[in-house]
Design a protein around this ligand. Structure first.
Ligand SMILES: [Zn+2]
Length: 270
């Protein structure tokens, strides 16, 4: 990758009447107007950086980030960011929050929300750090299907304990509601206490248990767990065996869904 030398100037932000100059972490200069920064942001320039006319202030962000960020401070059509890859969007979103560049904060947050499926943990960390509680809670269930060590490795310390507590709630539902079924001496009973009259409930139960067994993440794909591709278990009764057990399968699923609905949202653990 080319590293620009210190004399490189952003072609877009090179105003001759500029009264402040910033230098990106990779050495690109941005000549901009103080009044635009003041109008569009709450924290730019940051208090710890002294901005004196004629002097260059160093920033920690790259030129790629600043080039986008400064566009949000000028009266022009702002970048839509709809095709911006995560690798560019994420540092931009962090910079927008850090300097409180309001127009950029809003669109970055919306775009990151659209990327929760690809980058759940990064979005969760961003959302928790910058106080978007609904977004933290929206992302959290998606993190359940990731290896726990990976999730905890990516979370900042203050989110680890809330995360463990949250997973514990899901584990509780998994073990005490999802993986629970009745049988006695090899006879499977429906949840209403009646033995299965087609003697096929044991087969259905085992199929569902087998699909639920891999872990709490299976609770997020109940369509797959209770998919009616479950084979007919008793040829003597044929299709009737499914009819006998169908109501109980539906009720089983409903119990799980109700229990999941009771799990507190992740942001309540923060
Ligand atoms: Zn049955």
């Amino acid at each position: 990758m080319d590293v620009p030398d210190s004399t490189t100037v952003s072609p877009k932000f090179n105003f001759t009447d500029a009264d402040v100059t910033f230098k990106s972490a990779d050495g690109v200069l941005f000549h901009v107007h103080r009044k635009n920064l003041e109008v569009c942001t709450e924290g730019f320039p940051p208090a710890e950086i002294s901005v004196t006319a004629g002097e260059i202030s160093d920033l920690l962000e790259t030129a790629e980030t600043l080039e986008l960020l400064f566009q949000f401070m000028y009266p022009e059509r702002h970048p839509a960011l709809d095709t911006t890859p995560f690798e560019i969007l994420h540092p931009l979103a962090e910079a927008a929050e850090k300097y409180q560049v309001f127009p950029a904060m809003n669109i970055c947050h919306i775009r990151l929300r659209d990327m929760v499926h690809e980058h759940p943990v990064e979005v969760a960390v961003y959302a928790a750090k910058h106080d978007y509680p609904y977004l933290v809670s929206q992302v959290a269930p998606m993190m359940l299907s990731m290896p726990p060590v990976d999730v905890i490795g990516m979370l900042p310390g203050y989110l680890v304990l809330p995360w463990i507590r949250y997973v514990q709630e899901w584990t509780q539902v998994h073990q005490t509601v999802a993986l629970k079924f009745r049988h006695q001496n090899g006879t499977a009973y429906h949840f209403n206490g009646q033995p299965c009259n087609a003697n096929s409930w044991l087969g259905y139960s085992f199929t569902c248990i087998e699909r639920l067994a891999p872990g709490v993440h299976t609770l997020q794909s109940l369509d797959d767990v209770f998919h009616n591709d479950i084979p007919v278990y008793n040829s003597q009764y044929g299709r009737q065996s499914y009819e006998c057990c169908r109501a109980d399968l539906q009720a089983w699923r409903k119990r799980i869904e109700d229990a999941i609905a009771e799990i507190p949202k992740f942001h309540t653990f923060l």
